[in-house]
Design a protein around this ligand. Structure first.
Ligand code: NAP
Length: 268
């Protein structure tokens, strides 16, 4: 019997922050859809274990320890992808950090924390696009998907450095979509709401220990938090050919959180 082609059969994708949460779910989904993968993360042990899992399922995959805030490491990652597969069809700029959560007031915050958060969340994506767009321009094809956040389009969903960095990523999605559109390179972003991942584990642990699990995600109109796979589904849509006429767009994947002003007292 002829094997059914997946949505990403014949395509090569780089995914950053692939060892956990949304990145891991994206890698697993892309593998199911027939993509060949270059997975990057700072967490080498978890990265290796995911690569082994996907290899055992028959996926063409390599894992490369990469800190996306280091331009040389990003440029090496892109070169490794070209060396292994000869092309780059998809880049998922997914690696991200919240930074220091302990200081709410700006006047108390360390400038170094802002620099670190911007280094990963903004410059990480900038370096990836800068280096990956070069082979994509030669191919005259490519799809880039950035993982921003609801924090990048509204206040109140994360620390201010994190929120500002995710807003910058929304705007970088739009400017790079305009810069690269004539090369048939599309750039889009997803904005997850509250998703259960490594990043949000402390929030989930706290709520569960305090017996407040029902509060998790209750600000979303769907009255629940999301799963990494639900974000991965949106990333797959932007990454593959089903979104072939969509670029420069930003899609909240948030259970309706950003659809509302979310003022409980005003709900009739
Ligand atoms: P996660 O489970 O913590 O996964 C992120 C992965 O990225 C981790 O393996 C992390 O390694 C890695 N990473 C951190 N810094 C890196 C760097 N400099 N270079 C390469 N990899 C790095 O978090 P997640 O929730 O899946 O986050 C994925 C993306 O979704 C992030 O951009 C995040 O801002 C965004 N997001 C998440 C939520 C949510 O509710 N979870 C909501 C909105 C947006 P370590 O664990 O070792 O740091």
């Amino acid at each position: 019997m002829e094997e059914k082609a997946g949505r990403l059969t014949g395509k090569t994708a780089i995914i950053t922050g692939a060892a956990s949460g949304i990145g891991q779910a994206t890698a697993e989904l892309f593998a199911m859809e027939g993509g060949q993968l270059v997975l990057a993360d700072v967490n080498e042990a978890e990265l290796k274990s995911l690569v082994m899992q996907l290899e055992n399922q028959g996926t063409g995959v390599i894992g490369i320890k990469t800190d996306v805030s280091d331009e040389k490491q990003v440029s090496d990652l892109v070169s490794a992808c070209i060396e292994e597969y000869g092309r780059i069809d998809i880049v998922c700029n997914n690696a991200g950090i919240t930074g220091d959560l302990s200081k709410v007031n700006l006047e108390e915050q360390e400038t170094d924390n802002w620099i670190k958060v911007y280094g990963v969340n903004v410059l990480g994506a900038v370096y990836m696009v800068k280096h990956a767009c070069q082979p994509m321009m030669k191919q005259k094809a490519g799809s880039i998907v950035n993982t921003s956040s609801v924090a990048g389009i509204r206040s109140g969903a994360g620390p201010n450095a994190y929120s500002a960095s995710k807003a910058a990523l929304v705007n970088f999605t739009q400017t790079s979509a305009c810069d690269l559109g004539s090369y048939n390179i599309r750039v889009n972003a997803v904005c997850p709401g509250l998703i259960e991942t490594g990043m949000t584990k402390p929030v989930f642990d706290y709520a569960r220990q305090a017996g407040k699990e029902e509060k998790l995600g209750n600000r979303a109109e769907l009255k629940r938090y999301g799963l990494p796979k639900e974000v991965a589904n949106a990333i797959l849509f932007f990454a593959g050919d089903e979104s072939s006429f969509i670029t420069g767009q930003v899609l909240p994947v948030d259970g309706g959180n950003t659809a509302s002003l979310n003022m409980p007292g005003m709900k009739f």
